[in-house]
Design a protein around this ligand. Structure first.
Ligand code: DOR
Length: 428
């Protein structure tokens, strides 16, 4: 049976489309986009109608940076519960990092993840580690990982400190025409740091992580990617200096892209407040000036994509002293709302916001997703940008609740999420 999503404002950045249209879905794919009320085209065929009045109809959102914790840490999240959180947040494709247990550094683990992903509510794409066990000692078999189905390589959570090793990783990834996603943070400069180095860290007597810990690695990896001629993607950019280095590289046509998280463009180091461990993340929340630079770079295109770094942790790792607490916060169910807050305050256009959540991550990872063009998978997100919801613990689908945004009222209520033409989430 066909499905018609009628009466909404269709925004498809990939096709530069923004206006009132009906979206016609046939089976698992988009059949066509028509003028409003024309979806049926005079046919007597039965169809399912999805009423998108007052809603935006967008390609399903894509999160190129999540931690699903399976295998190994299923108490925090599983591929299935992560996918439940994803579709509630409007995401139809999620890309999971390799810091599982065992680490996804070989075809057996990749195969396991892809097997579990068959039961997920959305598309799940694994990333393979660049070094065995994320240990920065021996390169993983990148060819084996590609053959097994990873879409990129990354030691996320850790930084490859050995520059010679990183050079070989870029060269090898280039052979396979795959991007390397880097967690750019000098481990020596970051050392035992618990938050951004600045006034607040001094006030709280916490060891700081200087902005330079990120920036030296961004600079190094830009130069190494240029040397190897291969594709570098910088994860969770957090400082103004890193943005400037990426701008420099892009001007020189070095093959670099980057992402920003909703927490880095929303919060700052001062939000750690009274040692709030939900605000402990890696890289840390930075200064107000850094946040402004991130917001500007989102609008001017230096930052390509929005990605959540969804990092579930149980309370035992969060309800402890700040310097002992685990890094990370969940993000799949708040990303759209936090992004729309930037749209509301006119820091970002809605078109650009959705571009960063759909077509850009799809381009970086070459996923068949991120557009509503005819023939593409019918992955769709229908949300009302004006309807708000209160993000409280009862609504959280993720298995973990570690978010500083609990209690926030956010715009962008998701009403329908479709994956391969199937409604996988309905908001009420
Ligand atoms: O805050 C973070 N948590 N940053 C990372 O890079 C890793 C992640 C995790 O796995 O918990």
């Amino acid at each position: 049976m066909k499905t018609i999503i009628a009466g909404g404002r269709v925004i498809d950045a990939a096709q530069k489309l923004d206006g009132p249209h009906d979206v016609v879905i046939s089976g698992k794919v988009i059949e066509k986009i028509t003028a409003p009320g024309r979806g049926r085209g005079g046919s007597k065929e039965k169809f399912r109608l999805i009423d998108a009045k007052d809603c935006v109809v967008s390609p399903g959102l894509i999160d190129m940076h999540v931690h699903l914790r399976e295998p190994g840490y299923e108490g925090k999240e599983t591929i299935y519960t992560g996918s439940q959180a994803a579709v509630a947040g409007g995401f139809t494709s999620i890309v999971c990092m390799a810091n599982t247990n065992p680490v996804n550094d070989n075809q057996a683990v990749t195969g396991y993840i892809l097997g579990r992903a068959k039961e997920a509510l959305c598309n799940v794409y694994p990333v393979g580690a660049t070094t065995i066990g994320l240990a920065d000692q021996n390169m993983a078999d990148l060819g084996e990982l590609k053959a097994a189905g990873v879409v990129a390589y990354s030691d996320d959570g850790c930084c490859v400190m050995n520059a010679e090793m990183q050079r070989r990783i870029f060269e090898m990834a280039g052979q396979y025409d795959m991007p390397v996603l880097v967690h750019a943070e000098d481990a020596n400069l970051a050392a035992d740091g618990a938050m951004h180095e600045g006034f607040t860290s001094t006030e709280l007597a916490l060891t700081g992580i200087p902005a330079a810990a990120e920036e030296v690695m961004v600079a190094r990896d830009i130069l190494l990617a240029r040397l190897a001629g291969s594709r570098l993607h910088i994860q969770h950019v957090s400082t103004a200096g890193a943005v400037e280095l990426i701008r420099w590289a892009k001007k020189r046509k070095i093959r670099v892209t980057c992402e920003v998280t909703p927490h880095h463009f929303t919060l700052i180091d001062e939000d750690v407040g009274d040692y709030s461990t939900t605000c402990k993340v890696s890289p840390p929340l930075r200064s107000a000036a850094d946040r402004t630079a991130l917001q500007k770079a989102m609008a001017d295109g230096v930052i390509d994509a929005i990605a959540t770094d969804h990092a579930p942790h149980g309370i035992l790792l969060k309800q402890i002293e700040f310097d002992q607490a685990a890094n990370g916060m969940i993000g799949l169910e708040t990303a759209l709302g936090l992004t729309l807050l930037l749209v509301r305050t006119k820091k970002l256009s809605l078109h650009r916001a959705l571009e960063m959540l759909t077509v850009k991550p799809a381009e970086i990872l070459r996923l068949n997703a991120g557009s509503l063009a005819p023939g593409r998978p019918a992955d769709v997100c229908v949300f009302n940008p004006d309807h708000t919801f209160v993000y409280n613990e009862e609504v959280i689908r993720s298995k973990s609740k570690n978010s500083p945004f609990v209690g926030w009222e956010l715009p962008g209520k998701v009403y329908f999420t479709l994956v391969d033409g199937r409604v996988v989430y309905t908001g009420s």
